[in-house]
Design a protein. Structure first.
Length: 295
């Protein structure tokens, strides 16, 4: 029960994040990103200290620093999640929340492709059909809009590659997020102090609170997600994960009044069909595995 609740809370927070970033709409996306990195690191240090995990996490970080290949993998993961955060913030504040939702709708299918390429896993018929259906949806959007939906695809690919590295790299949740933000924090500080158009935290009180809170709204859903992943099945998590992009789509259409015509609806139908096929395919595979174990 707690696992399901944690997952639902995590995806609700991710789903309504466009509302949060809109509150810092006057701040350039690059600066929002830098503050998000810095305050996420600060928040992780504080929460780890409160929970008494400082020694445990510090020992893990020292161990990683002594293993160059592992450090390189985590550094790449840091760059990928930073790129994902920037594209998401930029896309939302540029008035394309629907594009952001598309990116997270197709993310599970990108994960399947990445597993096929890098982990040499074979696509089932259902998965292949799901990928084809999603590809048709993206193609329709590209033709209709006259441009390739680079933001949505970039978000899906960067988050997919980030997840792949996290799957392969042996590191704890606490240590992972802490060292990822630690690696990027010096760059974020240099940018804010020497290259940003605004002085450090020189905004109004309301905007400063939003930027400070960026660390909290970044870390909490990631920690909730990690908790849920350990307590509930992958299939259940797969169902719940669509709460996030669905909330984003609703916000984009009904709150921010972005254009969503019949052609876009048809394209999303192909993507929703892909997700349905993907989910049913995995349910059938799970059912077969259970029957095989019983036999």
């Amino acid at each position: 029960m707690w696992g399901i609740l944690a997952a639902v809370m995590a995806y609700i927070i991710w789903g309504v994040l466009p509302l949060y970033w809109k509150m810092a709409g006057d701040v350039p996306a690059s600066e929002i990103l830098a503050y998000r990195i810095i305050w996420s690191f600060v928040f992780m240090v504080v929460i780890i200290a409160i929970l008494g995990k400082t020694r445990e996490v510090w020992t893990e970080i020292i161990s990683i620093l002594k293993r160059p290949r592992l450090l390189l993998a985590i550094t790449i993961a840091s760059v990928l999640i930073t790129a994902n955060w920037f594209i998401f913030i930029f896309t939302v504040n540029d008035g394309h929340v629907i594009s952001a939702s598309l990116g997270y709708y197709i993310n599970p299918l990108v994960n399947v492709l990445l597993a096929t390429v890098f982990l040499k896993e074979k696509l089932s018929r259902g998965e292949a059909l799901a990928v084809l259906s999603a590809a048709i949806g993206v193609l329709i959007l590209a033709i209709h809009q006259g441009v390739f939906p680079w933001a949505a695809i970039s978000m899906a690919v960067t988050f997919g590659l980030y997840g792949l590295i996290k799957k392969l790299v042996p590191i704890s949740v606490w240590g992972g997020l802490t060292i990822e933000t630690l690696i990027m924090t010096p760059f974020a500080l240099i940018f804010l102090l020497f290259f940003a158009q605004d002085a450090f935290m020189k905004f109004g009180l309301d905007t400063n609170l939003v930027l400070f809170g960026a660390g909290v709204v970044t870390a909490i859903p990631l920690l909730l997600f990690a908790t849920s992943a350990k307590r509930i099945s992958y299939v259940m998590l797969g169902f719940i994960q669509y709460i996030g992009p669905t909330l984003m789509l609703i916000l984009g259409v009904f709150v921010f009044h972005e254009a969503f015509d019949s052609t876009q609806f048809i394209a999303f139908l192909f993507i929703w069909a892909a997700l349905l096929i993907f989910t049913i395919s995995h349910l059938l595979m799970l059912s077969k595995l259970k029957k095989a174990k019983l036999i």
